[in-house]
Unconditional design. Structure first.
Lengths: 469, 366
């Protein structure tokens, strides 16, 4: 019998977490690790390992085939390009302190799509395979150019009847034209809601009255479009986070039960602010506290709010195929299923790559919408967009569940040949998966009820995490 | 209950396949008729006369408007016709053979020794079937006639690109040489329903009464996986395997992760299931723990696990979304306690032949 290689990590309670390359996992003891390391596994060890899918007899036998299937399921698949992020204008009517995207003043010229870029974008869309197409309008504030949005939407609808549109808007200045554009069955709203009134004012509007206007528009959006059509993200300043209760209450008030806490990003204008070396440790602590806060609150209210990214990590830990979040998958190939078209017609693999290029750090454009994708550059990026062979990741118990983000590494460190464990991406995800394991193995009702809801299963208990003494 | 065997009179001598056309309730143009169609002539309260080709056919005990488009297999000598395809039903199943190499404790269709090759008739029936349906192929064990079955599937999948198949098989007879033949099929349109009762080989082999069956079914499933086949794993819940259901769930997640569905099914009181009812029926309303744990684990690991044939009220509320209504229309009934139940619309109820003393201690929404 052959045992597939196991990786392991000490847990705070004295046990160890073991995993294999296919994402099979269990909790075990130090004694077991000793026997494993000395190649002195007992019959009982082998019986457990066989039952938990970590062994095979012969290449091609049923155990081998099922392991191969599970391993393959852990790799994200190359898919057809079906998701476009369009930046028809970089101009914006807000000046948020942390602006992620390097915006331009509202009255500035030369920051909108030209006619040529519009036409090239329409051609680009027309050449997609379909049948399901998703278009996300970013900015700047895209609703400053409803006319461009209308043209894109009308054309996409005519080519692909099952298309969907997301408008990432600050919902700050809404007139009848803007509402009419949003109020369509195939169109969704994504906005920023930074917790409570005070934080939102400080971080985004700079003006209490403007925040009132936004809150009014947010309520109107939920009323007009329905709660399922409006999503919102809070951007969190780790130095001055909003009160958790205020934040969750405010999201629930607008019918939103999935909250994605986003740290202020290390790009765009946000990058100009002082980069505090311990920021990641503090972020991890804050995020962990927020998850604990939710567990207690959910237990109290009987309503189940989730932190979106934590749930995503939990589901990725448990099962394969959770590859729908583009920041967390492996391999994470560029320009595979989605691509960004900037205000000047440049193509980028991600929104972050667009920002990084704009601040002049490195040119991560991968072609233009008129000339198409520069495959050579894409291949260069892709050669580093995989964690399976990374010298550090191969030893990590969380490798099968984790992802890779070459753009994030470039943005923070300027190169990619890094000691992985020192990167922001790695430190953030080690902490997240540690939290996943902690919460999964808690035995109190409050944790179990939240984990069950977040994982999408009827109940949670001891039977959900295999243990070998 | 909807009758599947009809009394008939005909002037034909040899068995044949015919499609009935009554055109009642058909508002538009008369569809093109083929030589397999028989058109309604006279109808009385007791019988309906159809004619087509050179044959006449009188069918008793039906409402002619209910059988438009139905495909019958007429056996003149016996004065009967089998409704192979009911045009209004989503549940049409063709029995490829009545032979079987297993003898499951709860078999709903106990096997017989003799075999009559019906596949040529079934080919005609499939070609005459309404559009966009799923046709079941069952037995007995259809893969006892594996090469005929695969050839039948190859021809029918090509001839009717709108039709899907659901094959129930014990997966004992696949070997690596079949990969090439399986590869010729449009496997996206064939769902292979395969029973596995326990992760303990001794328990599984005991239930199917065939030593070595567990190892064989693992090999068979592995070959189906390599072929890229869609698999519906089927586990009938019974006293002999209930305690091991959570272990089976662990086995499914690690060893059979490639299944498209896992159906955990309550027992049907028919065939051997009726004979052995008392030693087999497991009251899942009382012993739900084992079922719940199995479902939790399987779902968490991405297995599409479902409960089939469980009355909704016998399940804790958080498990009800995983129990779709699965009992075919012509087999379904409810008991008197179900009157006025708020779950009735979503509940599959009972098999028509379920004992009146239904056996669930916790029953009814409280």
């Amino acid at each position: 019998m052959t045992v597939w290689p196991l990786k392991f990590r000490d847990l705070p309670n004295g046990t160890l977490l073991f995993s294999d390359d296919a994402g099979g996992f269990f909790l075990g003891s130090g004694e077991f690790l000793g026997r494993y390391a000395r190649d002195a596994l007992s019959p009982d060890d082998l019986r457990f390992l066989r039952g938990n899918g970590h062994t095979f007899e012969r290449e091609g036998d049923p155990d081998w085939t099922s392991f191969a299937y599970r391993w393959a399921g852990r790799q994200s698949k190359q898919q057809e390009l079906s998701y476009l992020i369009l930046v028809p204008t970089l101009r914006c009517n807000l000046t948020c302190g942390y602006c992620q995207v390097s915006r331009a003043p509202e009255a500035a010229r030369g920051f909108d799509w030209s006619n040529e870029t519009l036409n090239a974008s329409l051609d680009f869309i027309g050449n997609l395979k379909g049948p399901d197409i998703k278009i996300e309008f970013q900015g700047g504030e895209p609703l400053l150019r409803v006319d461009l949005l209308e043209q894109i939407r009308a054309f996409t609808r005519s080519k692909f009847p099952r298309s969907q549109f997301v408008v990432c808007t600050n919902l700050q200045r809404m007139g009848e034209v803007e509402w009419a554009f949003l109020d369509q069955p195939d169109t969704f709203v994504s906005t920023s809601l930074d917790g409570n009134h005070e934080t939102h004012t400080r971080q985004r509007t700079g003006d209490g009255l403007a925040t009132d206007t936004f809150f009014g528009n947010m309520a109107e959006a939920v009323r007009r479009l329905g709660p399922g059509k409006v999503s919102a993200l809070p951007t969190i300043d780790v130095e001055r986070p909003p009160d958790f209760e205020d934040l969750v209450e405010n999201f629930e008030h607008y019918g939103i039960q999935s909250i994605y806490l986003r740290p202020i990003n290390h790009q765009g204008f946000a990058r100009r602010r002082k980069n505090e070396p311990n920021a990641i440790a503090r972020w991890n602590a804050l995020h962990s506290d927020f998850v604990d806060f939710l567990i207690i609150r959910n237990h109290r209210t009987g309503r189940y709010v989730e932190e979106y990214y934590f749930s995503q990590c939990l589901r990725r830990f448990l099962r394969s195929g959770t590859d729908d979040h583009v920041d967390l998958r492996n391999p994470n190939f560029s320009a595979s299923d989605y691509i960004v078209v900037d205000h000047d017609g440049q193509l980028y693999p991600t929104d972050e790559a667009r920002m990084l290029s704009r601040i002049g750090r490195v040119d991560l454009s991968i072609g233009t919408v008129a000339s198409g994708v520069d495959q050579k550059k894409v291949q260069l990026l892709n050669s580093a967009s995989i964690n399976n062979f990374d010298a550090d990741c191969i030893h990590c118990v969380y490798q099968p569940f984790c992802g890779t983000d070459v753009v994030d590494d470039l943005s923070r460190d300027g190169h990619i040949d890094l000691i992985r464990s020192e990167t922001w991406f790695c430190r953030r995800h080690i902490s997240l998966f540690d939290k996943v394991v902690e919460v999964m193995t808690r035995r109190d009702d409050a944790a179990r009820q939240s984990v069950a809801k977040w994982a999408g299963v009827p109940s949670w208990g001891d039977h959900m995490v295999p243990v070998h003494a | 209950m909807i009758p599947l065997r009809l009394k008939i009179e005909t002037d034909a001598i040899d068995p044949y396949v015919v499609r009935l056309r009554s055109f009642e309730g058909v508002a538009h143009d008369t569809p093109t008729l083929s030589s397999f169609d028989a058109v309604l002539g006279n109808a009385t309260g007791e019988s309906a006369d159809f004619s087509g080709g050179e044959r006449t056919l009188r069918v008793f005990g039906i409402d002619a408007s209910d059988v438009n488009g139905d495909v019958l297999f007429v056996v003149p000598r016996r004065g009967t016709a089998h409704r192979l395809i009911r045009a209004n039903s989503r549940h049409n199943t063709l029995l490829v053979t009545e032979r079987c190499d297993q003898l499951c404790l709860m078999c709903s269709q106990p096997p017989k020794k003799q075999h009559v090759d019906m596949l040529p008739y079934f080919e005609t029936a499939v070609l005459l079937s309404p559009e966009n349906t799923t046709i079941g192929l069952s037995g007995g064990e259809p893969t006892l006639f594996k090469s005929e079955l695969l050839e039948f599937l190859r021809r029918m999948l090509a001839a009717r690109p709108d039709i899907d198949f659901h094959v129930l098989t014990n997966a004992q007879h696949f070997d690596r040489d079949d990969l090439a033949k399986l590869g010729e099929l449009d496997l996206n349109r064939v769902l292979w329903g395969v029973p596995v009762y326990s992760s303990d080989p001794y328990v599984h082999d005991g239930i199917v009464a065939k030593p070595g069956a567990f190892d064989k079914v693992r090999e068979g499933l592995s070959i189906l996986c390599q072929a890229g086949a869609k698999i519906e794993l089927r586990t009938v819940l019974m006293k002999p395997n209930a305690a091991g259901l959570a272990d089976l769930a662990g086995f499914v997640t690690t060893s059979l992760p490639f299944v498209d569905k896992w159906a955990i099914m309550q027992l049907e009181n028919i065939g051997y299931g009726r004979q052995n009812w008392d030693s087999l029926f497991f009251d899942s309303s009382r012993g739900f723990d084992t079922v719940g744990k199995a479902l939790d684990l399987a779902i968490s690991r991405g297995i599409n696990a479902m409960l089939y044939n469980f009355p909704l009220c016998t399940l804790p509320p958080n498990y009800r979304p995983f129990a779709p209504s699965t009992i075919s229309d012509w087999k379904r009934t409810y008991v008197s306690e179900c009157a006025g139940c708020g779950l009735l619309d979503d509940c599959g109820g009972f098999f028509e032949w379920h004992p009146k003393a239904h056996g669930y201690e916790r029953f009814g929404v409280t």
